[in-house]
Design a protein around this ligand. Structure first.
Ligand code: GDP
Length: 395
């Protein structure tokens, strides 16, 4: 199960990751030994704080990578934390990441309440359709584990989430630093009769990915022994040898002559495999091979976007969705949503961190799907000079 932890800076994301790893005994053995050794050298007991520092150090070394994946294991299953060092990386990863979050943990510092990034992140979770959200109110130790303080922030968070249409699974008072209600039930908050964070996670059902028609974005076409083989990752459905398929956006009919998996010929293949296919027609990178209900082919599109850099009306960008890459012009910025007030404003540009609705016009037709049908065809990025400056969803 993939999970993402979001929230305002300093509200305790890293500490919570450290706590999850430490208390579930999921730290790699070498890492533990390393920390133990350095504690010993300092003549100190092994402490949780060192774990967080060590993880932090590791992250710094990996800063060149946009995301790292951290794993922890409970009795029930293995979890992957899609760990993004900052706000920009979070947005980028959520849009382009191969790992799509099944569940999100929204962390809020009890002594600070909701802040700007808390709201923006919550809003993005909503736009991305991450329906399973767990709210943790952190640093309860700082307020003497008082129920009154928790209730106040809980209400504030629930009110905000309600206005954007997010219903969290639960709200848990925790101390990531001290370990209350993360893996171990807190003895400091007897007034809380709910579950620990890990218990809530473990009780979630693994969501089966929705079954949809066959979709294969073509990554490349190779010539092997004189035969053209189109390769790509299947993002939905299945295909058999002999199947009649369609090539989009051109709308051409084609037949599947051969299916290859790791150079072996096979009869049938399904999501989420990568595959090579020989067709009776020409196909190229960026085409989408499909069966069943037609995907949507558009020349113009209205979509939600979130910006990591400035977007201006009238400007051209490169639109990328799976293996498609097309020139796109932002013909209109319909609205800009202020995540603080949820007011809709108008304007000719969107800035870093802004959420908005835009109309895009493409130089060539683009194949898309509703986000709810096939996630990969329902999200896209806008680039300028090969750098991602915004992400979007089609709903
Ligand atoms: P991030 O920016 O969201 O990753 O936040 P960090 O995990 O780096 O935490 C920011 C600061 O808050 C650090 O100094 C942590 O030690 C502290 N902190 C995090 N969780 C707790 C907690 O539960 N209680 C207390 N008292 N401090 C915490």
């Amino acid at each position: 199960m993939n999970l993402v932890i979001v929230g305002h800076i300093d509200h305790g994301k890293s500490t919570l990751i450290g706590r999850l790893l430490f208390d579930t005994k999921s730290l790699p053995k070498e890492k533990l030994e390393e920390i133990e050794a350095s504690c010993k050298a300092l003549g100190k007991e092994m402490e949780f704080a060192y774990v967080v520092d060590a993880l932090e150090e590791e992250r710094k070394n990996e800063m060149t990578i946009d995301t790292t994946q951290t794993f922890f294991q409970t009795e029930k299953r293995e979890y992957v934390i899609i760990d993004t060092p900052g706000h920009k990386e979070f947005i980028k990863n959520m849009i382009t990441g191969s790992s799509y979050a099944d569940v999100a943990i929204l962390i809020v510092d009890v002594s600070e309440g909701m802040k700007e990034q808390t709201k923006r992140h919550a809003y993005i979770l909503k736009l991305l359709g991450i329906g399973q959200v767990i709210v943790v109110i952190n640093k309860m130790d700082k307020v003497n584990y008082e129920k009154g303080r928790f209730d106040k922030i809980k209400e504030e968070v629930l009110n905000f989430l309600e206005t954007i249409g997010v219903t969290p699974l639960c709200v848990i008072p925790i101390s990531a630093f001290k370990g209350d209600n993360v893996v171990t039930k807190s003895i400091n908050m007897k007034w809380y009769d709910g579950k620990t964070l890990v218990k809530v996670l473990d009780e979630l059902e693994e969501k089966k990915r929705r079954e949809y028609y066959f979709r294969l974005p073509i990554q490349d076409v190779y010539e092997i022994n004189g035969e053209k083989i189109a390769v790509g990752n299947i993002i939905s459905g299945e295909v058999k040898r002999g199947d009649k398929v369609k090539i989009y956006p051109s709308d051409e009919d084609a037949a599947v002559l051969k299916i290859l998996e790791s150079n072996k010929e096979i009869e049938m293949v399904r999501y989420p495999k990568s595959v090579g296919i020989a067709l009776d027609k020409q196909i190229k990178r960026g085409d989408i091979l499909a069966k069943g209900e037609r995907p949507v082919v558009v020349q113009k599109l209205e979509a939600n976007i979130f910006c990591i850099d400035k977007i201006e009306e009238g400007q051209e960008y490169s639109f990328a969705c799976v293996t498609q890459e097309v020139e796109a012009k932002v013909v209109e910025i319909k609205e800009k949503i202020n995540p603080d007030t949820l007011e809709r404003e108008s304007g000719k540009s969107l800035g870093e961190g802004d959420v908005g609705r835009v109309v895009l016009e493409f130089q060539n037709p683009v194949v898309i799907e509703k986000f709810g049908n096939v996630v990969e065809l329902g999200r896209f990025v806008l680039k300028k000079n090969a750098i991602i400056i915004a992400g979007g969803t089609i709903r």
